[in-house]
Design a protein around this ligand. Structure first.
Ligand SMILES: Nc1ncnc2c1ncn2[C@@H]1O[C@H](COP(=O)(O)OP(=O)(O)OP(=O)(O)O)[C@@H](O)[C@H]1O
Length: 511
């Protein structure tokens, strides 16, 4: 369980020696100890040394900690694999001059550069550039571990370390336990954000809680969701407890699984399988099978191995927002759908939708430069949305700013009239021209998909209590992500320039 960090043991300074290792500066601290950079006294080999605060434990707990350490070292020696961090030794500090240190246990490990938790903290809501590759390595490490008859039991971003060359290492095997038949026993720890729903209802016996490989599969699903969305947990809630509660509600059938709309195709299904609500249904998906699926997803043509940027979508400035707020008319159609559920849905509306443009909020002026052929699609995309801020004028302003209405536009990894990034597009794709396939080069498809995504953003912000200046927020969210806007509580500074450009365009179309 995530808890407070242990205070560093007193008396440890750079240059302090433990066995053949000389400590450098501190790296960080977890619930059980502090980690220091270190090097070998003979050859300068780098390492990390974790000093465990066994002195703070009651005698019974100390025995338990000894057991964790024993497991960590035994496991590491046995399970040699490129994606598992190596723990070289467990040393007992002998330093009678420093009673605070004397007798503590120190683990000597390969030294990582940082952890996946650090990367996610810096991601600011954007999918990690190397996310699929990292997830492949984690899946490989996990499959190896399960194949050797072990369960990790505490898989989470903080326990995925990144080597200096970027390779992912699974770490912190304190909770890794050998399988006995179909399950293993570990002390009742784990991270609230990554334990499976059944963890909450199981009884902790003398030997600890039961952990099955399916607990790691669940944790992998949460982790993959976080990596591919720049940190978003698959269950809603501001605190880990609230998210854990939401996961239990889902597991008991009280709520559907709502995965983030920006997940790339294939990954959505895989994460859904990892997050099946109970052990039995999850057991169909082994780590070895996951690892093969992840490999296929990573090898698929067109898969991007770095962060996707959403197509730019910009919104109105303050003057315009005032104008919008004052305009009459609310769009509520019988065909209204929004959010992820709209992806793939086709509208029964006929091509005469342009005629309904008259008299609705944000309708396009007759003499604007919006191409006539596109107007029905723009209007229809806005009509599908129940959110009054998503108007034809707003959609047109974004298309104009992004591509100048050029269906052949391309820039880096963004294509077509709405400048969609392919895998983001697939998460929102709508078959706007009803030809049986969704294609970001097709203006009707690209525009309809843009409308559904904008609509979902508007709803997200309203649900998050952000109601003022919604077109502006929606635009900024499209440029970055809903999460970044929600965390900022408004338009992030780095999107301001885009927002202003669209605002000018929007003002022209809102006459
Ligand atoms: N081998 C290592 N190389 C470099 N940094 C490491 C290494 N092991 C751990 N760290 C870093 O040291 C810090 C403390 O790690 P530690 O494993 O003690 O706790 P944690 O995993 O952050 O939290 P907890 O153990 O409470 O779940 C973290 O920032 C972690 O990334």
């Amino acid at each position: 369980m995530d808890g407070a960090s242990a205070t560093p043991p007193p008396g440890v300074r750079p240059g302090y020696r433990i066995g053949d290792w000389r400590l450098g500066g501190p790296i960080g601290a977890g619930s059980w100890g502090s980690v220091y950079a270190a090097e070998h006294t003979a050859d300068g080999r780098p390492a990390a040394v974790k000093i465990l605060r066994t002195d703070l434990l009651a005698p019974g707990q100390r025995a338990w900690m000894d057991e964790l350490v024993r497991r960590e070292v035994r496991f590491s020696l046995e399970a040699d694999h490129p994606h598992l961090v190596r723990t070289h030794a467990a040393l007992t500090i002998e330093d009678p001059d420093h009673p605070g240190l004397d007798g503590l246990t120190a683990l000597v490990m390969d030294r990582a550069e940082h952890s996946l938790r650090d990367l996610l903290a810096d991601a600011a809501g954007r999918p990690l550039p190397d996310g699929p590759r990292l997830l492949r390595e984690v899946a490989d490490g996990l499959a190896h571990l399960h194949g050797r008859g072990w369960v990790h039991g505490d898989l989470k971003p903080a326990n995925i370390l990144l080597a200096p060359d970027g390779t992912a290492w699974l770490a912190d095997f304190g909770l890794a336990a050998e399988l006995e038949g179909s399950h293993a026993y570990v002390p009742p720890l784990g991270s609230l954000d990554h334990v499976p729903p059944e963890w909450w209802s199981q009884r902790t016996g003398q030997r600890g809680a039961t952990v099955r490989p399916t607990a790691d599969i669940w944790a992998y699903g949460v982790l993959a969701h976080q990596v591919l969305t720049g940190g978003r947990h698959p269950f809603p809630g501001r605190t880990a407890r609230a998210r854990a509660l939401a996961a239990q509600t889902y597991a008991h059938g009280g709520a559907p699984l709502r995965l983030d709309g920006q997940l790339p195709p294939g990954w959505r299904e895989l994460i859904g399988d990892c997050l099946l609500p109970d052990h039995a249904s999850r057991a169909r998906h082994t780590a070895a099978e996951l690892s093969r699926r992840v490999r296929r997803l990573c090898d698929a043509p067109g898969v991007r191995h770095r962060a996707a940027r959403r197509p730019a979508l910009l919104a109105a400035g303050a003057a315009l927002l005032l104008a919008l707020a004052g305009s009459a008319g609310v769009l509520l159609t019988s065909d209204s759908r929004s959010g992820p559920a709209v992806a793939g849905a086709s509208s029964p509306a006929s091509a005469s939708a342009s005629s309904s443009a008259e008299g609705i909020a944000g309708a396009l002026p007759e003499d604007s430069d919006v191409p006539r052929a596109l107007r029905p699609y723009i209007t229809r995309a806005a009509e599908r949305c129940t959110e009054q801020e998503v108007t034809p004028a707003l959609i047109a302003a974004m298309l104009k700013t992004e591509s100048g209405f050029d269906p052949h536009a391309r820039r880096k990894d963004e294509y077509g009239i709405a400048m969609w990034t392919p895998w983001v597009f697939h998460a929102w794709a709508v078959d706007g021209d009803h030809d049986g396939r969704e294609d970001y080069w097709s203006p009707p498809d690209a525009i309809a998909s843009m409308g559904s995504y904008l609509c979902w953003l508007a709803q997200q912000f309203k649900a998050g209590g952000l109601r003022d200046g919604l077109p502006e927020l929606v635009a900024a969210g499209y440029r970055t992500s809903s999460r970044v806007v929600l965390d900022t509580g408004g338009v992030p500074a780095r999107t301001r320039d885009y927002v202003d450009r669209v605002a000018r365009q929007l003002a022209r179309y809102s006459r």
